[in-house]
Design a protein. Sequence first.
Length: 217
Amino acid sequence: MRIQTRILSLAVILFSFSLAQAEEKAKTFEIDLSHSNVGFTIKHLVSRVSGEFKSIEGEFVFDSAHPEKSHVKATVKADTIDTHDKKRDEHLRSADFFDVKKFSTLTFEAKSFSSKGDQKYELQGDLTLHGVTKAVTFSVDYLGEADDPWGNHRAGFTANTKINRKDFGIVWNKALDNGGFVLSDDVEVSINIEGIQKKEQPAKEEPKKSTVKKKSS
């Protein structure tokens, strides 16, 4: 009887421990701008031109035990586009392309997150670009987690997809004399994200009610 009781107690302890571990795996991270970027590549005539947006903010929840519970929401400032050519960047900010005065941000919000095995995931969600919202699918690689020297816990991912810019109303182009166009319609998007785990704020204590009775006048 004692042996059965001990076995039962041990099973309860192990079960509780496994539940605690599962709960710990769901973590919320704030995107670290210094170590994250949103890049893109498009075909131009006979070459490929790349650029990036220098601003991205937001947060993501990652649960390796239950990937379907993971989530991400991010915002990019359109006017931070940088292709290492000032004149070209000004054109990209104009109404011919991103029209940043009218559409100042790009946003993405996840709708589903699923495991594909071997630290690979599929992320589906809504991308809002140039005032148009479309569903897109990213192929995601989980790069791991680590503690940095300053007491922060970090997690990293890369995500890749391909979109058609015309689906988002960005249609500017120029026809070539010998056929074809200056720019392709397809744009490859590559995102590198490093997040810092948000630390839980201590619960605020409610002010104690005074037990001193007021003297009646």
